[in-house]
Design a protein around this ligand. Structure first.
Ligand SMILES: NC(=O)c1ccc[n+]([C@@H]2O[C@H](COP(=O)([O-])OP(=O)(O)OC[C@H]3O[C@@H](n4cnc5c(N)ncnc54)[C@H](OP(=O)(O)O)[C@@H]3O)[C@@H](O)[C@H]2O)c1
Length: 415
């Protein structure tokens, strides 16, 4: 096979992921066998000095974007797609914010747009969900999509550490960025969930459509009480489809200790998908890191190279896309865990239970811990709409016997 027929790759970014992709792309013979034609890196662009800053779209039939962030990545990719070049990207932030525009541009130019590495690093998710499971009519996705927060929560659960101490350890080990907000406030998981929901339900879900709460208010005591009731605590990313309406949320949640996601440790990621015909399927593994993520990028490059070699035109996974109605969080119905500090005297629990019952919320279990003057009351409710739980909290605050609502955490799985 001569170089004339080679598929050229232009690599934008040579950082953690880009450098590993470059390394994998040096194995020319294996790539040529997998793609049916040689695949060669024609040009590499990075940010820093020794080259003009104004990169035009790199030469090559496939542009591989591993810069990250919105601009200039967005402009480069739109330019590449509009000139008919196919794109492979790992950029979750860009896809979650501007996927609609990028997919539309790819569709109208007949270019391929692949993004396996944008969610779950080295764990194959996009292809299995969009191709292998295309007939499965998936109804729900529940994931641990952020390794940093899963590491922090695992350390809190196992060592009894505070959130701050566990975050400091994550930093020491290089999992957390200097500014950890993207991870701990759930932005990263929300962007990934938007991409998974878009692919699974074939309707555009944007990062901003995802309801989001981070993990910083979870305390070691929440873990102790959750465990006594048979639960762990995870930052879950949850998307469901109900009659064309999508529910999409990222927040800490109690999960039963025998749930498939409860035991996913440290920086690992896992995704549970569910559909009536396939039941439950779990994907798990390393959700980040240069080498695992690069394997997903190179898998995409080879898939696109095979299409280009065969003259196959690109087709968007979602087509033109339809407007998606996203269920407001107030309408989401789940069980809740409430941890309250109450005055320790007879009759108090009856008053708390009555206040909860007045909002038509029923209690599944209750545990009391006496601590002298003040007792802690730990309750798990049956399914209740978020709006009712907000009213329950107002009622509880108004009761003189409730000194504080220490935490309110949603419960996933089953009570
Ligand atoms: N790291 C992971 O584990 C991981 C996992 C999954 C997905 N991702 C995604 O992969 C992408 C890359 O992440 P990363 O961790 O590899 O980032 P990184 O280490 O910060 O590397 C970014 C690279 O982009 C280059 N760059 C920055 N601005 C540029 C510009 N204007 N033009 C050309 N090149 C530019 C940088 O150049 P210099 O080298 O000159 O600075 C650097 O080589 C992101 O979208 C990220 O979300 C990363």
């Amino acid at each position: 096979m001569g170089d004339r027929q080679a598929i050229g790759v232009g690599l934008l970014g040579l950082g953690t992921v880009g450098a590993e992709v470059y390394r994998l792309l040096q194995d020319g013979d294996a790539l040529a066998r997998a793609a049916g034609r040689p695949v060669v890196v024609k040009r590499v662009a990075v940010a820093r000095p020794d080259r003009p800053r104004q990169v035009s779209v790199p030469a090559g039939d496939i542009v591989v974007e591993l810069i990250g962030g919105i601009e200039p990545a967005r402009s480069y990719l739109l330019r590449a797609l509009s000139s008919g070049k196919s794109v492979v990207t790992a950029n979750k932030a860009l896809l979650a914010a501007h996927g609609v525009e990028l997919f539309a541009q790819a569709e109208s130019s007949g270019a391929h747009l692949y993004f396996e590495a944008s969610v779950g690093g080295g764990i194959p998710l996009i292809k299995p969900i969009s191709e292998s499971l295309v007939a499965a009519r998936l109804q729900a996705i529940t994931g641990i999509l952020n390794g940093t927060t899963n590491f922090i929560l695992t350390r809190m659960a196992h060592e009894g550490w505070s959130f701050e101490d566990a975050l400091a350890e994550a930093r020491r080990r290089g999992f957390a960025e200097a500014d950890p907000a993207d991870d701990v406030d759930g932005h990263d998981a929300a962007a990934k969930l938007a991409i998974l929901a878009t692919v699974a339900f074939r309707r555009h879900v944007r990062g901003v459509d995802v309801y989001r709460e981070g993990i910083s208010r979870i305390t070691p005591r929440d873990f102790i009480y959750a465990k006594e009731l048979g639960f762990g605590i995870k930052l879950l990313a949850i998307a469901r489809i109900h009659d064309g309406e999508v529910e999409a949320r990222v927040h800490p949640a109690l999960v039963p200790l025998d749930h498939p996601l409860a035991l996913v440790p440290d920086e690992f990621n896992a995704v549970l998908v569910e559909g009536a015909d396939v039941g439950r399927i779990v994907f798990s593994g390393r959700g980040a890191g240069g080498a695992p993520t690069a394997t997903a990028v190179v898998g995409d490059i080879l898939a696109v190279a095979r299409h280009l070699a065969a003259g196959v035109r690109g087709r968007s996974l979602i087509g033109a896309g339809t407007g998606t109605r996203v269920r407001p969080i107030e309408d989401v119905v789940v069980p809740y865990f409430l941890s309250l500090q109450v005055i320790d005297r007879p009759g108090v629990f009856a008053r708390v239970a009555a206040a909860i019952g007045e909002e038509q919320v029923s209690i599944a279990s209750i545990v009391q811990k006496s601590r002298g003057e003040v007792a802690e009351a730990i309750l798990v409710t049956h399914d209740a709409p978020e709006r009712a739980i907000r009213r329950v909290q107002d009622r509880l605050r108004a009761l003189g016997v409730v000194k504080a609502i220490s935490n309110v955490i949603r419960v996933e799985g089953s009570v």
